[in-house]
Design a protein around this ligand. Structure first.
Ligand SMILES: Cc1ncc(COP(=O)(O)O)c(C=O)c1O
Length: 373
């Protein structure tokens, strides 16, 4: 039985909307992006949303708009996708890693104090696997040291913890609509914030620092534009927005489907010795982005091969960033620097987890996990 790691469930609503978009004039940033921004901000209860072409772009521009630049330091964790750290590098600042909690894999707020130096400007908590970090404690530490908070919410559209949702305690939150995310348009991202000036700066930087985007230049008589800042080409297109718009309405429904699958997985996994899952904290609703299991590190790579041989798609989230060649060579990180992240990174496997997966497939995957251990 071949089972993909991920299969999107874009259907007739998305096809209808993208065809409608293709029948219009503007394929680039225009009215579909405007609607997406309004609806996504409203879903999250935030004032502003800026549509971008990736979460990497959102992280980069959030840092710039919040004043991070060369010579600064930004605290984050190494148990994340490289983009969290490379976005910091793109600003000229230095990533400073702190370790994660053993039971959740999330940034350990206790370690922020010890990582702060006079150069520290910001902290990027990563809402890993779909669960929010302890934002109350991160906010308290950030307030104490006057740090900006940029949330890496690539996994966490639907998350909530202690009554707080992504973007509510941070200065900005960054989302991904990459091919395997809970909501997808192939490639895409967004930044949400309650700060008008941050939203305006990011909006301007997403199209080269130009004063008028294409749709605004070409409606009515020609209008000259100026360039006021040196920006990037990070804007979301109408095509991407048209794919995302119908999905905003289905966020709750898709989450409920994944929750059912999550329960099926939990039941099946509870009978397998030596397998654990990241803990979901009390008063926390996970966005349930990834179904990650932690196994004996001596068996992990053999298990990856076993799943591959069985035609079951699996992935690793993540081998810690500080041990990847570029970071080892550039910053002289070594094994043992962040032992909890390293431990999780050596034990982790993400299993197929998408709305169309059946109970029978979950049974098969967990049976193969047991067989391959
Ligand atoms: C935790 C995390 N942060 C950032 C990103 C970057 O997202 P994007 O591919 O949209 O740039 C990803 C993407 O997988 C991610 O998983």
């Amino acid at each position: 039985m071949k089972i993909e790691f991920y299969k999107h469930n874009l259907g007739k609503d998305e096809k209808r909307m993208v065809l409608e978009c293709l029948d219009g004039i503007f394929l680039t940033t225009g009215s579909y992006v405007d609607s997406f921004e309004r609806e996504f901000a409203s879903y999250l209860g935030e004032k502003y949303c800026v549509g971008l072409n990736s979460c990497t772009a959102a992280l980069h521009l959030a840092l710039l708009a919040l004043g991070v630049g060369p010579g600064d330091e930004v605290i984050t964790t190494p148990l994340t996708f490289i983009a969290t750290a490379t976005a910091i590098l793109h600003t000229g600042a230095k990533p400073v890693f702190i370790d994660v909690e053993q039971d959740t894999g999330l940034m350990d707020p206790k370690l922020i104090d010890g990582a702060v130096t006079p150069k520290t400007k910001a902290v990027i908590p990563v809402h890993l696997y779909g669960q929010m970090c302890d934002m109350k404690r991160i906010k308290a530490a950030a307030r104490k040291h006057h740090l900006k908070i940029i949330e890496d919410a690539a996994h966490c559209i639907e998350g909530e913890r202690d009554g707080i949702r992504p973007g509510q305690l941070g200065d900005a939150a960054c989302f991904s609509f990459y091919a395997t995310k809970n909501m997808t348009c192939g490639e895409g991202g967004a930044l949400v914030t309650n700060h008008r000036l941050v939203a305006e700066k990011v909006r301007m930087l997403r199209t080269h620092g130009m004063t008028k985007e294409a749709a605004k230049r070409y409606s009515g008589p020609y209008k000259h534009w100026d360039m006021t800042d040196c920006g990037w080409k990070y804007n979301m297109s109408n095509i991407e927005a048209s794919l995302l718009l119908p999905q905003i309405k289905k966020i709750g429904l898709n989450w409920a489907t994944r929750e059912r699958l999550y329960r099926q997985y939990q039941k099946a996994l509870s009978g397998i010795p030596g397998v654990s899952c990241p803990k979901i904290a009390q008063r926390s609703k996970s966005a349930l982005h990834l179904l990650t299991v932690w196994v004996d590190h001596r068996r992990r790579d053999a298990l990856l091969k076993h799943f591959g041989d069985q035609g079951i798609g699996v992935a690793v989230h993540y081998r810690p960033v500080h041990l990847l060649k570029y970071f080892r060579e550039t910053f002289h990180f070594k094994k043992g620097d962040f032992p909890v992240s390293e431990n999780i990174g050596s034990r982790t496997i993400s299993l197929p987890f998408w709305p169309g997966l059946t109970a029978g497939q979950v049974k098969h995957i967990t049976a193969q996990l047991k067989a391959g251990l």
